[in-house]
Design a protein around this ligand. Structure first.
Ligand SMILES: *Cc1c(COP(=O)(O)O)cnc(C)c1O
Length: 484
């Protein structure tokens, strides 16, 4: 294959652009000692450059290139026409500091989206301000803190978090100065009620609960949990990042939650990953409405405007949140309607259960019950043969699939957390199942091939810790080859 690396295609004198002749007086160059002599810039033509970047983009794997069953992340396919809607000039070209009367259409969209989200989760008020799920969680816990402060209740210094929870849950509560207490799960994967009874004292401000749990399970004790928490003066805070499985069917408000954050970029269709963009609105019951982050869009006889709730925890960023993501969520909800949203959750749950049934003979299923939008297997049988879940994940890349989430939730040994989402066909699921079965056979017959996987990728196994802690983001032409 022809090389696409810049050091190979760069040639002195090649250029990718033509400039018109200079028609102004050239300005002076900066002093010589300030000019860099060693700047290595490639000299390439336009077609070279297009091929170079296209080549780089094809080294990446995304939901547009294949199945992406990353548990707890809802990497579903997002229809492209929503991008067109988000790019309509009336939305894309407005400025956050324009006067409210010049952006009434945008405010109307936000106002209606606030109401749709509140309706979908059975709550009374919404703030669209948080720009990620974790920031929505932060908003929730800050509201809890101010809620008790406003009541003069100084003893509630603890937040309870299930041991299966997403890492952001305890991290958020700790950031807000609460003491974290972990509530164990029982053998079925539900919250252990006995432990909750003893932990739930009048020093507990809130229980943060992901539902379905991070094991992909619906906790049927939720009414009892809500009663217990509220009976002792606490608040029940939901992590609604996994709403894909409940859409159009089950409402957090009806289950007793006081507050829930939604991940619009997961459930409501915005391509995400690699750092953004996100949106994590919070929806609350009347008891917390006065504490919502600002601004909120309101409507009166003069039209739509922003306001800050009476005891607002304040703003979470420079402006109003990630408006582009709100547009896509709005378009998604309007296009599907209530019946369409219920189909999303039905298909998400059927797909996960299909994978569970087809793979249960090959991989250990620690919680053998109907799952919700994702299924968690354990690679402990394979581990007994010397193959780790990490090896299985790497081998899946050779079969053309993005690996599932691994080693999470922490309470499952060698966890493999698979979320197929509702946008995948039976045909795609069947190819994934075939790959997982082939890998299970390789564990028996040829484990070596797993230890060395992936075999077909431009880079093999990376030192992930160094990559995360000491990223080398500098590009130098002379170093390009050695990095690949
Ligand atoms: C993704 C996720 C989060 C965090 O959301 P971000 O938008 O990545 O900050 C929190 N909780 C759960 C259960 C999640 O799946």
């Amino acid at each position: 294959m022809e090389s696409y690396l810049l050091p190979d295609i760069s040639q002195p004198g090649k250029t990718g652009c033509t400039l018109p002749p200079l028609d102004v007086t050239p300005s002076e160059l900066p002093p010589r000692e300030l000019l860099r002599q060693d700047l290595e810039l490639p000299e390439v033509s336009e077609v070279d450059l297009v091929r170079y970047f296209t080549h780089l983009s094809r080294l990446n794997y995304g939901v547009d290139t294949g199945f992406y069953p990353l548990g707890s992340c809802t990497m579903k396919y997002n229809p492209k026409w929503q991008e067109d809607i988000a790019r309509l000039p009336g939305f894309a070209e407005i400025h956050p500091y324009q006067s409210a009367d010049s952006v009434q259409g945008a405010l109307k969209l936000m106002f209606e989206l606030q109401a749709y989200l509140a309706e979908i989760v059975g709550m009374n008020a919404t703030s669209l301000a948080p720009m990620a799920g974790a920031q929505g969680e932060l908003a929730g816990i800050l509201m809890v803190k101010d809620y008790y402060q406003a009541q003069g209740d100084k003893k509630r210094k603890k937040v309870l978090v299930p041991d299966s929870s997403h890492g952001t849950n305890p991290a958020t509560a700790a950031m807000c100065g609460f003491e974290i207490h972990s509530v164990p799960s029982d053998t079925k994967g539900n919250l252990d009620l006995k432990s909750l009874h003893s932990l739930m004292t009048d020093e507990v401000a809130a229980l943060t609960l992901t539902l379905p749990t991070t094991l992909g399970l619906f906790d049927p004790q939720i009414a009892e949990i809500s009663q217990l928490v509220h009976g002792r003066g606490g608040l029940l805070i939901g992590d609604g990042a996994n709403l894909n499985s409940l859409l159009g069917r089950v409402k957090f408000g009806d289950l007793g939650f006081d507050c829930v954050q939604l991940n619009l970029h997961k459930t409501f269709s915005t391509p995400h990953g690699g750092g953004g963009p996100g949106s994590g609105p919070v929806c609350v019951k009347p008891n917390l409405a006065a504490f919502l982050p600002s601004p909120i869009v309101t409507k009166d006889d003069n039209g739509y405007s922003f306001f800050s709730p009476l005891h607002s925890i304040g703003s979470l960023g420079a402006a109003y949140g990630n408006f582009g993501v709100m547009i896509k969520a709005y378009a998604y909800i309007r296009s599907l309607g209530a019946a369409g949203l219920a189909e999303v959750s039905r298909d998400a749950v059927i797909n996960a259960n299909y994978l569970k049934e087809e793979l249960r003979a090959d991989y250990h299923l620690p919680y053998d019950r109907t799952c919700m939008h994702e299924v968690v297997f354990s690679g402990k049988r394979q581990k007994a043969k010397g193959v780790r879940t990490f090896d299985i994940a790497k081998r899946l890349i050779d079969y053309g699939f993005h690996p599932p989430t691994i080693y999470f939730p922490l309470i499952v040994e060698e966890a493999l957390m698979i979320e197929p989402t509702e946008t995948e066909s039976k045909q795609t699921l069947d190819s994934f199942i075939a790959a997982m079965k082939a890998i299970a056979r390789e564990v028996e017959e040829n484990p070596e091939i797993l230890h060395a996987a992936p075999h077909n990728t431009p880079v093999r196994r990376l030192d992930e810790t160094t990559a995360a802690r000491q990223p080398d983001l500098r590009w130098r032409m002379s170093e390009e080859k050695s990095k690949l």
